[in-house]
Design a protein around this ligand. Structure first.
Ligand code: 13P
Length: 256
């Protein structure tokens, strides 16, 4: 299979880190390390950082993403942000279904599906996260868990919209733990995600979807992970907060 059919995407997920002033500083450090990237580079930042992030990156190759959005256009949802609000600001990407949202904030596949549809309808590109718990891997049901998440999260979403969606495979046990999946484990599940997409949408669509790996990806393991056929990029937490490390991962994708 031809990996060059797909866009390589290196995205940082800043999570609940960096005030607007700190975001400006970090993005100004990221711009020079990203400027020669031969892949798409995205920084997904807290809502309050979006404005400054869009301003700092406006003449650059670094794109900005939000970390979540609600499914309704507007209404009585205190504390939530709609896809339409993000779209109006000019935010192109949004992370959806992150395991921290599922674990700590009660997100389910049903709400992830609704948010994904709303994001697509507003013209945003979702970065849809899926991944198994350690216990599920130990029980040998990783593939069932991933297939279920892919089928439910993408329920009733057209092939045309799936082509605008990035999938991030993030094994929950590898997030923020320093415990990375081996390149073989990452490749195995990313290939399985592609096979699941092929069943749902056909091989041509599946071959064109960017599938990232996320979970303790850093400057020392990125080259190996990104060399795998079905690993088209990374969704990076901790290491995306240090420009030098994020830059090294961007370089790894450029070569990979
Ligand atoms: P870490 O890179 O800190 O493990 O986080 C991964 C992640 O959750 C990205 O969304």
């Amino acid at each position: 299979m031809d990996k060059s059919k797909r866009k390589a995407i290196i995205a940082g997920n800043w999570k609940m880190n960096k005030t607007p002033a700190e975001a400006k500083v970090l993005l100004e450090e990221i711009l020079p390390v990203a400027k020669d990237a031969d892949c798409e580079v995205i920084a997904c930042v807290p809502f309050v950082d979006l404005s400054v992030a869009l301003e700092v990156t406006k003449d650059s190759n670094v794109k900005i993403g939000a970390e979540n959005c609600h499914w309704a256009e507007s209404g009585a949802f205190t504390g939530e942000i709609s896809a339409k609000m993000l779209a109006e600001m000019g935010v192109p990407y949004v992370v959806l279904g992150h395991s921290e949202r599922r674990q700590y904030f009660g997100e389910t596949d049903e709400t992830v599906n609704k948010r994904t549809k709303a994001a697509l309808a507003a013209g945003l590109k979702p970065i849809l996260c899926v991944g198994e718990l350690l216990w599920e891997r130990e029980c040998n049901i990783t593939e069932e868990v991933i297939a279920r998440q892919i089928k439910l999260d993408l329920f009733d979403i057209s092939a045309e919209d799936v082509l605008k969606t990035v999938i991030a495979y993030e094994p929950v046990w590898a997030i923020g733990t320093g415990k990375t999946a081996t390149a073989e484990q990452a490749e195995e599940v990313c290939a399985f995600i592609r096979a699941t997409l092929a069943k749902l949408y056909g091989q041509d669509v599946a071959d064109a979807v960017t599938i990232q790996y996320g979970g303790s990806m850093n400057d020392s393991n990125a080259v190996e992970l990104l060399s795998k056929t079905n690993v088209d990029g990374g969704l990076i937490g901790g290491a995306s907060l240090v420009a030098e490390k994020f830059g090294a991962i961007i370089d790894a994708a450029t070569k990979g």
